[in-house]
Design a protein around this ligand. Sequence first.
Ligand code: ATP
Ligand code: MG
Length: 337
Amino acid sequence: MSASPKAPEIPGHALLYSGKVRGLYAPLDPRTGEQDRSRLLLVASDRISAYDHVLDTPIPDKGAVLTQLSLWWFDQLAGVVDAPHHVLSADVPAEVGGRGIYVRRLRMLPVECVARAFLTGGGLAEYRADGTVSGVPLPGNLVDGSRLPEPVFTPSTKAPAGEHDEPISYDRVETLVGPRLAGRIRDLAVRILVHGNEIAAERGILIADTKVEFGLDPTQLGAALGITPEQAMEDDLDWAAVDPDAVPVVLADEVLTPDSSRFWRAEAWEPGRSQISYDKQVLRDWLTSPASGWDRSSDSPPPALPDNVVALTRARYVEAYETLTGRAFQAPAHSGN
Ligand code: ATP
Ligand code: MG
């Protein structure tokens, strides 16, 4: 884990990890200065990525929009999806207000649980080569953007920071975490996408695919396996020994946000071409236009964004939030660069 200079310091918290877009902090005990082992503060920044680059220009309120949307989805999914979620509280230090949440600190499963309801991206590439998606044979008449006959679980590895996640077969997931946990996380990921799409469809949005992550509570894990919570966090954990009916699989990370999912406008959906993504269209159009002066195939980083592109992109994120939730977005007092 490496700390990036971009993640802000938060009094009373230790930065554990800084990803491309989010930061992970451990609250410190005010008396001893020791890290809290049971909780984490998960903070979304306003940074945005496109074409595999994190841009220098932030999108104001993006972190808050994604955090608020994720919180809304956790509520929507409760009771529908047979897994508790990791959120403890959204009452966080003022400097990360609106874009931070306290969560249960979990032992994360080493799998990125991707589920696809429509064919595009990496799924389309495999289909064109082999007629399958994650090894599942599909009808021969599908094109870019087609709705799949039923959603498919297409897991990938959790790559270390800076590396790309690699698709893996379902067999590989069974080898990594054992057949019982593999079956459980597959069913949960598909259920989340199906239910998410039921809700989104009523609001004119299609969720083409999404990625969710799951974890297990180290104390519950320790009790079930006869090991300490600390041992439950170690590399050599025997995942296959875990009975998911005895140790609840907890829905973690973010859920059904534009950063973890592809959102399409239902009215513009037209299989046979690449679909326009709800959130990043303005940004991508500008970056690939002559106006940006940027050559995507070069090694150079993308240029700073003009104000109108920033404003339009921000408006898109807010619109996605407001369309899905039916709520007016409340911008937090502090920005989150
Ligand atoms: P990238 O920048 O490439 O996306 P990343 O996926 O590691 O890297 P983030 O998604 O920003 O970066 O980091 C969030 C990290 O927090 C992930 O590694 C995720 O597994 C982890 N995480 C999410 N929820 C919890 C939780 N409740 N307990 C422990 N770790 C969690
Ligand atoms: Mg991530």
